[in-house]
Design a protein around this ligand. Structure first.
Ligand SMILES: [Zn+2]
Ligand SMILES: [Zn+2]
Length: 146
């Protein structure tokens, strides 16, 4: 895995330091769209020399180089995604989970409106209640009615 991650970084023009490899590894293995803080908390024990600033700067670099996506779906934190393929996101307002949604149609905007434009990024964010929270909510409502 480490070697694959190393090559992944090199292919994207990123010098693969041990800390960068560890952060990228974490992103590739954890598809939970973690924030910089979460990644720092997860890695600081195994890498005591890791600083929060390094994590922030590394994630910024990853996003710049196309190694990860930075998502502005959460009002409080930028979240990062190791899956850079085109997909949409759903953020549950109740549990905060960010769920990947496959898209069947890449052209969300009629291409004729984009003539002459260069598209570097497409993101689609959906917000609301996930199936689980929606279900729990209706259960609670039923209880209070009874
Ligand atoms: Zn939820
Ligand atoms: Zn995602």
């Amino acid at each position: 895995m480490t070697n694959t991650t190393k090559n992944y970084l090199i292919e994207r023009g990123i010098k693969p330091s041990l800390q960068r490899i560890a952060i990228m590894d974490y992103l590739l293995k954890n598809r939970t769209h973690p924030s910089a803080d979460e990644i720092y908390q997860a890695l600081c024990e195994s890498i005591p020399t890791l600083s929060k600033t390094t994590v922030y700067n590394t994630l910024k670099l990853f996003a710049q180089q196309g190694a990860a996506l930075s998502l502005e779906i959460d009002e409080k934190n930028i979240r990062y995604d190791g899956d850079t393929s085109i997909h949409a996101h759903f953020r549950c307002k109740s549990c905060g989970e960010i769920i990947d949604l496959p898209v069947d149609q890449v052209n969300m905007v009629d291409p004729k409106h984009l003539e002459g434009f260069v598209i570097t990024e497409i993101s689609a964010f959906y917000k609301g209640l996930c199936d689980k929270c929606n279900h729990e909510g209706s259960l609670m409502q039923n209880k209070s009615i009874n």
